[in-house]
Design a binder for this molecule. Structure first.
Ligand code: F6R
Length: 236
């Protein structure tokens, strides 16, 4: 495990973007696993800046996102597809056809989960998976008590996650209650994992996840067993 402390959110974002950019430089046709949420926004902003300077080329990169809400269309401003298009994809030279997010409007969600797993395996697996962490230790939408054996699956979101997401919606009733997420097994199969955590409110859960017992109560704790884990954090 490689633990990298940063001085503030900008420094965290720059360090995380450096790890991603090194991956793209070393393997221009790599598969990046990406995350949404507040934490990666600065990382994406930094990558866009370096792209604009001519320092990174995304033309051969493929991306697969961790998760998507069930029932939200790609043009719904709260969908994760919308988030990715607006915070990264439309600002860089990635081919949008090579960016994948689970389909939140799939007619058959079980079939969508299998399709997503097959897609990842056809791509040859994920070279670098970027992760944020929830206050309850979730990664992707793998909530406490999840089975470590799961690949892509449907989840009923934890009450604390629904509450945390409510800030993005007008009313709590509009917050989706279900999501499609890559499973812990899918995440653990990534060749490298980059976990980013910023802010004093993430300190406790990072300590439990990285230094506490490995348990489904804290889904991120399984990352202690990943052979190539980098954690960039700042608790300021
Ligand atoms: C997002 C995701 C979530 C977030 C986590 C942390 O695709 O899978 O697990 O990474 O909820 O979110 P923030 O960064 O908003 O604290």
């Amino acid at each position: 495990m490689n633990l990298i402390e940063s001085s503030d959110y900008n420094d965290l974002s720059r360090k995380a973007a450096n790890v991603i950019s090194a991956q793209v430089i070393l393997k221009p046709d790599c598969v990046l696993g990406l995350a949404t949420g507040s934490t990666p926004i600065g990382t994406y902003r930094q990558l866009i800046e370096w792209y604009n300077k001519g320092d990174i080329d995304f033309s051969k990169v493929t991306t697969v996102n961790l998760d998507e809400y069930c029932g939200l269309s790609p043009d719904n401003s709260q969908s994760y597809r919308y988030f990715m298009n607006h915070n990264l994809f439309r600002h860089i030279n990635i081919d949008i056809k090579n960016t994948y997010v689970p389909n939140g409007l799939a007619k058959d969600y079980e079939e969508e989960c299998r399709r997503y797993d097959n897609l990842i395996s056809k791509l040859g697996g994920i070279d670098l998976q970027l992760l944020g962490i929830g206050h309850n230790g979730h990664i992707g939408f793998n909530e406490p008590d999840v089975s470590f054996e799961k690949t892509t699956h449907i989840v009923h979101l934890d009450e604390s996650t629904i509450q945390a997401n409510a800030r993005f919606f007008e009313t709590i009733d509009e917050v989706p209650k279900k999501a499609i997420t890559m499973g812990i097994k899918s995440i653990m199969q990534a060749k490298k994992v980059l976990l980013i955590a910023g802010g004093p409110d993430k300190k406790g859960i990072i300590e439990r996840a990285l230094h506490g017992p490995v348990t489904p109560d804290v889904p991120a704790s399984i990352l202690q067993f990943h052979p190539d884990l980098t954690v960039v954090y700042c608790f300021e």
